[in-house]
Structures are given as structure tokens and as C-alpha cells.
Write a protein that binds this ligand. Sequence first.
Ligand SMILES: NC(=O)c1ccc[n+]([C@@H]2O[C@H](COP(=O)([O-])OP(=O)(O)OC[C@H]3O[C@@H](n4cnc5c(N)ncnc54)[C@H](O)[C@@H]3O)[C@@H](O)[C@H]2O)c1
Length: 353
Amino acid sequence: MKKIKVALNGYGVIGKRIADAVNLQEDMELVGVCDVVSDWRIKVAVVKKYPVYASTPESLKAMTDAGIPVKGTLDDLIREADVICDCTPKKVAALNLEKYKLAGIRSIFQGGEKHSLTGHSFVAQANYETALGLSSTRVVSCNTTSIVRVLGALKNAGLLKKGHGVLVRRSTDPWESDTSGIINTIVPELVIPSHQAPDAKTVMPEMEITTSALVVAETISHLHSWHVELTRESTSEEVLKVLAATPRILFLKASEGLRALNETVELMSDLGRSRGDMYEVGLWSESLTVQGTELYFNYQVYNQAIVIPETIDAIRALSGIEPSGAASIAKTNKALGMIQGDVLEYVMKSTRA
Ligand SMILES: NC(=O)c1ccc[n+]([C@@H]2O[C@H](COP(=O)([O-])OP(=O)(O)OC[C@H]3O[C@@H](n4cnc5c(N)ncnc54)[C@H](O)[C@@H]3O)[C@@H](O)[C@H]2O)c1
């Protein structure tokens, strides 16, 4: 089988997870990872036997001085690959698009960049087929991905009239909490609606939704609390049936001891997920409430991991190796061991099978 050759630029929170996930796909080969740092962060890539490249002349020297076996520069890496995933910081990535275009390599950007950069924003279950063969796309941010998965499922089932989500956001990622983040306060975002709902509409323009956001003093993940107006009277059973049939959403039950964000991450670690990652939206099914045409629910977005399966699907879509979104989602889900529906029922059942 011909494998898609994938390069990775920016081996940080998102980039290192994408590299590991690419490595798990039968139809992909990771040809190298590129960064500017020369400390523990990139030395781990050497330990994992990933070919390491330096993004700039300065970093090439610093890496070589630090004893890192550098294979070449970003330009060398680009020549090796069919698709590049750019996971460098917000706004840095945008500067690379022209380079990728000139080299004729397909490129995938992350949610820190604007929709206008690529003119296409991606969530696999909503618009995989529209990305087939494109030269570049943007995998939307963690919060936006969750909104498209959940509110998009309600829209597709004909249930969503309009909705407002309150986003409780982690203030920084755990590895950098010594240098950024907030402590002992809550910071409301100044603009309402916040940018996430409009961003979700770059993928599903027909959704009538708004969001507002608060940043809180924790680093574990985000929590969304949604109030949805339904198109007609419904029941919690009907809504849960729709969500259970949707890939990449799992159900958390407080009655099983899963009461808060920290417990979910602990469960994922105990199940053997790399870094305790939860790629799915984790929705509290028992507290989902329908009162006539009003629907209320809470879910967790593990921001460091939710966009990883989407990026893997985006690689297949741009390369054109898999024409069907559903087939790509199934391959990615299998390779990453993803769960659908009630988390504990699912894992107990797969253990027995
Ligand atoms: N962290 C999250 O929870 C999260 C979730 C979803 C999407 N995103 C998006 O993913 C993208 C990357 O975010 P992140 O959190 O992984 O950032 P990060 O800071 O953890 O990682 C960025 C990496 O890029 C490297 N880098 C910096 N300048 C570079 C350059 N010129 N060339 C090559 N490498 C360079 C850094 O050394 C670092 O390793 C952003 O668009 C962000 O908005 C982040």
C-alpha cells in the first residue's frame, strides 16, 4: 500500500500528539518533525526515533550544539513529504503557507490561524468530502471542533433551532503553567458573543448559535454548558440517542464516579491513553435535561487532544487517498482506540469481546 508521507512543523502540545497519531496509522508514514527548540522537548522526538529537522539556521546550530542528530532544514523536510501539518504557534504558522505553496506540498494548519488563511475549515464528520484534494485546510480549534460535533449532530437531526454555550476555559496548558496562566480569579472574555460560535459557522454556516467564555484558574481542560432551543418538543432519551449515534462523543456518568474534569483525565490515563488524552467530547449524559423545547447539557473538551483525530482525517482528505469521510473516521478511530457512547459500558464490552 502506498503510504502518505507526513511532515510535522512545530513539535509542541498539538504537534507531538499528531506525530504519535500519524505513527499509528497504517496508511501514513511520519517522515520527520521540525522545531526551533533544542531542549528536552525535541530530545524526546530523538528518543522516539523521529527524524528531527531544524526550522531556522539558528536552531540548526543550537540543535547540533546540543547533540541532536539533525537531518536537515525545514526546506529539506518539505521535499520528503506529501502533506505537512503546521502546528507552530498562532500567526507563526500563517507565515509558512507561501513556502508550502511554492514547494507544492499540501498543508494543514491549526485553530490559532484564521479561516481566511486557507479558505477552508475542517471537522471530519461535517465536511471531510469538501476538503478532498485541496492544497490546504485549517483544522478548527478545540472548542470549535466540539461545537461542530455536538451542535452539528443536533442540527443534522433536525432538532437545533438555536443555542447558547457558556465556555469555561482552562487558562494555559499544564506544561507551561510555570510561565503563563492565571491564579485565584476568573476572567470573563470581554466580547460577547465570543469567537467560537462564529468560528463553528465557518464549517456549518447554517447553525444558529452563540457562545460566551470565561477563563478559569485551572489547566486540565475546558467545560461547555449549553442551553439549546429545540425545533419541537423532545425528550432526553431522543437527544441522547442522536448523540450516542454520533462518532467522537462519549458519555460520562456521575453515578460511575465521573463527576469532574480531573476524574475523566485520570480514567483516560488508567485506560492506557497516551498522556491521558481524551480525543472525544465527554458529555455528562445523566444531567442532560429536556423541558419541552428547551435542552440543557454540559460537556468536557480535552483541548490538548480533541483536534488530533481531525488532523489525521484532514491528512487523508487533502491527499485524496480515502474518498469517504466515514471510512477515514473509522480508520482513525480504530487506530486511536476511540470510544463512542457510554464510556464504561463501551470499554467493558470491548474487553469481553
Ligand atoms: N494547546 C491547545 O490546547 C490547542 C488546542 C487546539 C488547537 N491549538 C492550536 O494548535 C497550534 C499550536 O498550538 P500548541 O498549543 O501546540 O503550541 P505550542 O506552543 O505548544 O507548540 C508550538 C511549537 O512550535 C515551535 N515553534 C515556534 N516557532 C517555530 C518556528 N518558527 N518553526 C518551527 N517551530 C516553531 C515551538 O517551539 C513549539 O514546540 C495553534 O494554532 C493553537 O491555536 C492548540
